[in-house]
Every structure is written in structure tokens, then in C-alpha cells.
Design a protein around this ligand. Structure first.
Ligand code: GLU
Length: 497
């Protein structure tokens, strides 16, 4: 069988994390089975859809590398791939259903339908169309529409048939057609609704597998009814578990970022995001968590997709992203650097900063004291600011750490000795072969000063970073260089006076 899948987003918002997860599973299934993936834009909702959203979704999927082989972005044999350009096709199908009496015009007014619904609700009955227009004469209805009367088109749902499908994720599902009323498939002959368009397109584009979110599961029997009305081959269906907030409610903007762009802007790597999303509702039989795209394609299978909701665990995303950053830094710092550079250039330049030096940045990132520290690229400029931006105006109390019982007098002695020691040493900025020597030289001050380790090393480290937390003091000395180290020690000494 020629396997064909689709990603059919509606352009009613920015590219959503849930859309990407669904797109990814479709991509993996298509690749694994040597199939084709189609990107189709479902823009029949003219009020909510915009071209900007469409561009964001399409470009986002392209950037992530999962946009597929055919569709709005590259064209293909089943073009057009944008529903707003396929109206005539749908009109033809609607006409066919009307002609075959599988659908009918309904002239009921909004007011009538509302009154009917209120009455049903009051009687605690499920809301459904009462079939008022079902028996209208076809020729008569056609004439009324031609004369300008407005009428929606409803599918004639056959009474009490079984609608069974074997969900590729969830197993067998059985519905009875009497659960459904004659639902509306078009607002008018040239204004079709979702159920009609999605079925028409999936049929015309020869889609074999419809893999989508669980929120669509109640749509599937309705769509099967449309396939049956046309006598078309019904594709396989698979419904993916919902993505949940940590409190198990459906993933929402209020509790999580949901737009992919927000994640990329913060410095999550596309590969890491995909790796994370692959595991959001699926796993392998072993404990493996980091996968290349090739491995995902090889190992993915729908029967290992979970039935229960998948909790969006940002800590896990951070961990996975950190692993990818670590690997990229270790294996290909030159290739990786441009991605980081962008975060440096978007950081506002503090007055008195030294120019960003890519060679030095690359060295610092590869330093064992920094490698493995970063969860997101956006954290890097901040963490390295200590080397390029002016020393923050820290308060003297930061040095006088109570835990180490550091007094101004102790501080003064430490800084005097540290300055003397540093003056007698020579090292080039960034020469990390000297880290050990610098570290030992300062450690050697502990004994003659008759102080504890912390009483010497804390003040030195804080004086170099101006911060409570930072890299190790010797690492700071190496990448600040001798001149800046002496300058910062001098500033600290002055503060002690
Ligand atoms: N356009 C629909 C949506 O964005 C997709 C429906 C489907 O996958 O069948 O929710």
C-alpha cells in the first residue's frame, strides 16, 4: 500500500506545540513506512484564520524539518493544498450529495433552532436537530434556494447503523448512528464546513492514515458517515493522547507556553524540542531518552503510543535541551556557534563592555567548568557576561560572608596577598592550561594567612565576578586575564578600607 498521511492545521493561531507533536508522529509514521506526508491548510474558518498564522505554522514546520513532502510549501500532484482554493471541489461534492438525496437543504431559522435547543435542555435531552426539513420536496427546496432564501445543508444520517473503527492507538471504537443528528455540512452550497472539507480532501489526496489528537475522536464517526454517504474508502484512524499541564488539565496558554516560536526564541534547539515531543505520549521499550531523528524513525510505532494524557514536563525538556547543547559544544563548537551568537547580539550591550570575542566564547563554553551547565541558549550570554561586561557594583557585604566569618580585616589581607601573587604570575587571556597553576597559587595563601579555604577563596571569587554565584575563581582568572583580574582584586581591596 502507498502510505499517505497529512498535517492539516487551521491557521487560527501561532504554531502550537500540540500541532508539532501531531505533525511529528505523522512524519515519523510516514518515514518509517516509506510513505508521503502532505501539508494542507484548512482555512475554511474565514473569521478566525489569517495568512500570518498560516505563515507562522508553515515556516515553523519547515524550520523543524517535518513539513512533509507535498503540500502548500512545495506543491505536488494533488494541488491546491489550501482549502480556500478548493471551494469548487466541495461545491461539486455537496451538489452530488444533494442530488443523491444523501443531504438536504434546511431552512430552519436561528431563532427556531435556539428555541428547540432550549426546550431540549430544559427536558434534559441531548441537543439535536428535530428533522423539521428532512421531508421537504427536493425540487421545491432547490427553487427556494435559487430565489435567494438562505438554507444550510445537512447530511441525512441513516438511523441506527453501527459505526465501528479500529483506532490504531486506542483499539476498537463503536458508535451508533442514532447518537448523531442530521448535522450541518455546509452553511451554503459554496460555504462548506470542516467535516465535509476534511473528508473530501482526505479522499481526493488519497490519505490512508488519519493520525490526529484525541480531541477529534468524536468527529471520526461523523466523518465516517460522510465517507459512507459517498461510498468512499475509509482511511485508518489513530487518535493521540492529549497534552496536559502538570495539574492534568488540557495544555493551555495560561499554564505553559504553547507557541513553538516562544520555545525557539528562548534557545531550545529544534532537535531537542522534537526529541522531547516524540516522548510526549510515546516511548520505546527501554530507558532511552535521547534519540536522533533516524533513531526515532526506526523505533517509532503507533502501538507504543500511550492512551492516557501526556503531561508536559518542562524540566524534562530542559534536561533534554541541556544534553543537546552539551553535545553540540563538545562535538562541533564552530558549527554551533552561530546559533549562540544570535543570543549575544540580542543582549543589550552594557556601557563599558568589551567586544564579544567568538574565539574566547568558544573556549569558555568548552571549559569543563561551563560545559553541561546550560539548559537553554538564552542562559549563555548572561552566564558569560562576567567576562565581557563591567564588574557589577556589588556590595561589600557580599564579600563579608557570615558563614565563613570574613571580616574587612581578613578581606584586606586576602586581597593584598592575592594581588601580590597574581602580579608574579603570567598568563594569557583564555589560556586554560594555566587554570591548575592559578588555582594552586591562590590555595597556597591559605596556610600562611592562617585562614580557612572558604575565607580565602570566597572573597577572591566574589571580587572577580561581583556575584554570589559564578564559575570557579581560577576559571574566572583565566578568562578575565591578568590585567582584569588585578583590576578587580584592586577594587575589592579598596572596598575593604
Ligand atoms: N484542521 C483541523 C485542526 O486544526 C485538523 C483536523 C484533522 O486532523 O482532521 O484541528
Amino acid at each position: 500500500m502507498n502510505v499517505r498521511l497529512r498535517i492539516p492545521p487551521s491557521p487560527t493561531g501561532l504554531l502550537h506545540i500540540g500541532t508539532v507533536r501531531t505533525a511529528l508522529y505523522n512524519y515519523l509514521f510516514a518515514k518509517k513506512n516509506g510513505g508521503t506526508l502532505v501539508l494542507r491548510i484548512e482555512d475554511t474558518d474565514k473569521e478566525r484564520g489569517t495568512k500570518e498564522y498560516e505563515d507562522d505554522i508553515v515556516n515553523g514546520l519547515i524550520k523543524l524539518g517535518i513539513a512533509g513532502d507535498e503540500g502548500v510549501h512545495v506543491g505536488g500532484p494533488y494541488a491546491p493544498y489550501r482549502q480556500s482554493e478548493r471551494t469548487e471541489i466541495y461545491t461539486g461534492y455537496l451538489q452530488q450529495l444533494l442530488d443523491e438525496d444523501k443531504a438536504y437543504y434546511c431552512f430552519c431559522t436561528k431563532e427556531r433552532l435556539e428555541a428547540m435547543r432550549e426546550e431540549q435542555t430544559a427536558k434534559k435531552l441531548p441537543p439535536r436537530y428535530d428533522g423539521c426539513c428532512t421531508g421537504l420536496d427536493v425540487a421545491e427546496s432547490k427553487k427556494r434556494v435559487e430565489q435567494g432564501e438562505s438554507a444550510v445543508i445537512r447530511l441525512r444520517v441513516p438511523q441506527d447503523r453501527e459505526i465501528k473503527f479500529n483506532d490504531l492507538v486506542r483499539g476498537e471504537n463503536v458508535f451508533r448512528s442514532k447518537e448523531f443528528d442530521d448535522f450541518v455540512i455546509a452553511r451554503k452550497i459554496n460555504d462548506p464546513l470542516y467535516h465535509l472539507t476534511v473528508v473530501a480532501d482526505d479522499h481526493d489526496m488519497e490519505i490512508t492514515h488519519v493520525i490526529r489528537g484525541e480531541d477529534h475522536i468524536s468527529n471520526t464517526p461523523k466523518q465516517i458517515l460522510i465517507y459512507r454517504a459517498f461510498g468512499w474508502q475509509i482511511p485508518e484512524f489513530g487518535h493521540l493522547p492529549l497534552i496536559l499541564n502538570e495539574d492534568k488539565t488540557k495544555l493551555s496558554k495560561r499554564k505553559n507556553k504553547v507557541s513553538v516560536d516562544d520555545y525557539l526564541k528562548e534557545g531550545y534547539l529544534p532537535e531537542a524540542l522534537l526529541n522531547f515531543l516524540a516522548l510526549l505520549g510515546w516511548n520505546t521499550t527501554d530507558e532511552q531518552e535521547i534519540f536522533s531523528m533516524e533513531e526515532l524513525i526506526e523505533k517509532f510505532s503507533l502501538d507504543r503510543v500511550h492512551k492516557g494524557g501526556a503531561v508536559f514536563d518542562i524540566k524534562k525538556l530542559d534536561w533534554i535541551n541541556g544534553e543537546y547543547i552539551k553535545k553540540a559544544i563538545a562535538e562541533d563548537i564552530d558549527g554551533f556557534y552561530p546559533k549562540i551568537a544570535h543570543f549575544f547580539s540580542s543582549r543589550p550591550q552594557a556601557e563599558g563592555s568589551t567586544p564579544i570575542d567568538p574565539v574566547l566564547i568558544k573556549k569558555i563554553l568548552q571549559d569543563p567548568d561551563f560545559a553541561g551547565r546550560f539548559k537553554k541558549l538564552s542562559e549563555i550570554p548572561e552566564a558569560l557576561a562576567v567576562f565581557f561586561e563591567p564588574l557589577p557594583d556589588y556590595s561589600m557585604s557580599l564579600i563579608l560572608n557570615e558563614k565563613f566569618k570574613i571580616t574587612p580585616e581578613i578581606g584586606k589581607r586576602v586581597f593584598q596577598k592575592a594581588i601580590e601573587t597574581a602580579q608574579n604570575l603570567e598568563w594569557e587571556v583564555g589560556d586554560n592550561t594555566q587554570t591548575q597553576t592559578l588555582s594552586e597559587s591562590m590555595m597556597e595563601l591559605v596556610e600562611p594567612l592562617e585562614l580557612k579555604n572558604g575565607q580565602v577563596l570566597w572573597p577572591i571569587r566574589v571580587s572577580l565576578s561581583g556575584a554570589e554565584r559564578s564559575a570557579n575563581f581560577a576559571t574566572l582568572m583565566v578568562y578575565l586575564g591578568k590585567e582584569e583580574t588585578l583590576k578587580r582584586l584592586g577594587i575589592a581591596l579598596e572596598k575593604m578600607n
